[in-house]
Design a protein around this ligand. Sequence first.
Ligand code: ZN
Length: 502
Amino acid sequence: MNDKMQQLKERLRVINDLNSAAAVLHWDQATQMPVGGEAARARQLATLSRLAHEHFVDPAIGQLLDALQPEWEEAPPTEDDGALYRYVRREYERAIRVPAEYTERAAAHSTAAFSVWAAARPQDDFAAVQPYLEQSLQLSREYAHYFPGYDHIADPLISRAEEGMTAAEIRAIFAELRRALVPLVQRIQAAAPVDNSCLFGDFPREKQYAFAREICTAFGYDFSRGRLDETHHPFAIRFAHGDVRITTRGRDDHLGDAFFATLHEAGHAMYEQGVAEALDGLPTAHGTSSGVHESQSRGWENLVGRSLAFWEWQYPRLQECFPDLAAIPLAQFYAAINKVEPSLIRVAADEVTYNLHVMLRFDLELALLEGELSIAELPAAWNARYESDLGITPADYRDGVMQDVHWYGIGIGGLFQGYTLGNLMSAQIHAAATRAHPEIPDEIRRGEYGTLHEWLRANIYTHGAKFTPKELLQRVTGEDLRVAPLVAYLQQKFGAIYGLSG
Ligand code: ZN
């Protein structure tokens, strides 16, 4: 029995309980709470977050880490305690470099910026948010300066979401992907357009949720350790190994939003449910990065849920639920849910154009942080990039530069790359799963998902945050992050849908 390790774990479990309690309050706020509760809830969340932070930066944690260092510094991360030591050491060093005064100032600013954005967006009022964005940019620069020695000013911000990844690496990967995507989008636009009118009609969202519940259960989401509720912005949230919930939203006049958003969040939740129970209550008991998390949500949503193999089995069941689809052939439905169409809104984008939305945001963040672009110039730069990459220009700020909450609700830098890194990883991971189990596509064609789910659980989910994203990808696929698997997947799938040759 390692006494110091036990002492460290006891302290970490207290912090975990504070954070989990805050998560429950957050879930309640997003699903159940009356509007009258807002002010008190904001205060309660701020209190719990401050307490958790104070407990974590307590010098006693540093002393325990120092005492444990000789024994654990060289321990392989395959050992739970070795990985825990390494993870906590890294996060502790990160936390103590940032003064409490900065953290409070930044949190207060984010809250204020979010409120101003929420009121200004419906009014299409960029001038109202501009000074807040300028302050956010200043705060991001200040944060980076607490971590001297970086190559790029965005690196400290990126590594918060994606440990070990740098702006230079991501920029190179994204440039390679963009070189393949822009011509693919152009070829699809030159082809005969897909008719997706069959998705618009009478599709009560409660029925969509019910169908999605069945599919999530079949995928492996365990409802005895979870639940599904409606909200404005869907999310998955972990309170404990035995309680990982999802939320969703949808429309009654469109088939798809409610169904696919639910699958997406179930993908996040299955990752969290699959983390080894032995890690519960410790900081390594969650997904290792936003990119890897997104590889799981988008993997289940798109690579499985929007695949022809999946619908070969499930489409007759869907037709039973929604009689409007009775006369629509599978091929037409499958093309409709995969329609590629350059659009202004990231969250509504198809699999091909989605990454162009993400990459332009990433590039703009870097340009802002580098000082190459000012906040005043941001709307014009945004529109110019939509014109050059997608051939369309936003008519207003609301569906342009003001559409995403990220820059207004969190800050500037390191917030968007995870979506596209996740797409890249999802293609690479599914290729590896199919190499290990070539029967997976045939199983999906028969409505069976157990082999895929079990492979993901054993190779990815169970490890929680024991490995960095890079280490995990190496272990799972035997390779570093690559662009080719996603490009091959997209070319094959959309080449077939749009009848592109070669
Ligand atoms: Zn997601």
